[in-house]
Ligand binder design. Structure first.
Ligand code: ARG
Length: 267
């Protein structure tokens, strides 16, 4: 995990935002005929359908989140400034198009950043809203039994490394990467906090979350066929680079702490 400054810079960089990075450099996809590419074809995100992920939240500081309850958003610690009362954050939800007039919005009343957060691991926070949003919530994984397989990622962040924020929600699927493989990516990955972080991505890159997706959920179906949150978008070296996975907060490890924190917020 990187330090706080780097993360906040990433969260707020111009053009920062989302998901589904492209596996090619900007322009390359258009320049090269599909059959002559030496890199994989673009396998980044595709538009989400209205109502497909009703728990998705866009936060005004340029992050994503998910409805933990109807008035508490689970996001990343590096997306917030610490804990305490604040009316600075606006949450937008209930739409895939952020400019849809049907969007539901709410204002923050309080933020609770993960206790002990110092920029390494523990990348989660809760935001209490001034009103309940009448939308389905996203339950979090209470055990590690879903911390493998294929995961869904979604967000309004950049659609390629260095790209701009998206108006429409994008989605993609990324497979689990085990800790040893993830650490072997070197650089920042060598410092992976194994208990607290979960890696996902394709070995060849091309699909990933990106700047502005931070704080958003990574999720999959549980045994009953319902969406369950297993990760929180945290960091990566660039976006969708080969051999450089996305790193996500391992939600199951913090499930009890998140529950305690939510109770403190009256949720
Ligand atoms: N820290 C970034 C943000 O603030 C998220 C980066 C995710 N990067 C990745 N390659 N998966 O939006």
């Amino acid at each position: 995990m990187r330090n706080i400054l780097q993360q906040v810079k990433r969260a707020t960089a111009v053009g920062a935002v989302t998901l589904a990075g492209l596996g090619l450099l900007p322009g390359t996809a258009l320049a090269a005929p599909a059959d002559t590419r030496t890199t994989p074809p673009v396998v980044g995100g595709t538009p989400a359908e209205q109502g497909e992920f009703p728990f998705m939240v866009r936060l005004s500081m340029g992050c994503g989140g998910a409805l933990y309850t109807q008035d508490i958003v689970l996001t990343a610690a590096h997306c917030v400034d610490g804990s305490g009362p604040t009316t600075d954050i606006t949450a937008t939800a209930g739409v895939v198009d952020l400019e849809d007039p049907q969007a539901l919005t709410a204002t923050s009343t309080e933020v609770l950043q993960a206790p002990g957060y110092n920029g390494t691991g523990k990348d989660w926070a809760l935001i209490k809203l001034d009103k309940a949003l009448d939308l389905p919530t996203l339950p979090i994984a209470g055990t590690g039994s879903y911390d493998s397989g294929d995961f869904t990622i979604a967000g309004w962040g950049a659609d390629q490394e260095g790209g701009s924020q998206q108006r429409h929600l994008l989605k993609a699927t990324v497979p689990f990467i085990d800790d040893a493989t993830c650490k072997s990516a070197g650089g920042s990955y060598a410092g992976l906090v194994e208990e607290e972080e979960l890696c996902a991505g394709l070995p060849e890159g091309g699909v990933d979350t990106c700047q502005g997706d931070s704080g958003g959920p990574m999720f999959r179906k549980d045994d009953a066929g319902r969406w369950i949150q297993v990760g929180i978008v945290s960091w990566g070296e660039g976006c969708a680079r080969p051999g450089k996975p996305g790193v996500y907060t391992q939600v199951s490890h913090f499930a009890a702490d998140i529950g305690t924190a939510a109770a403190q917020l009256g949720g």
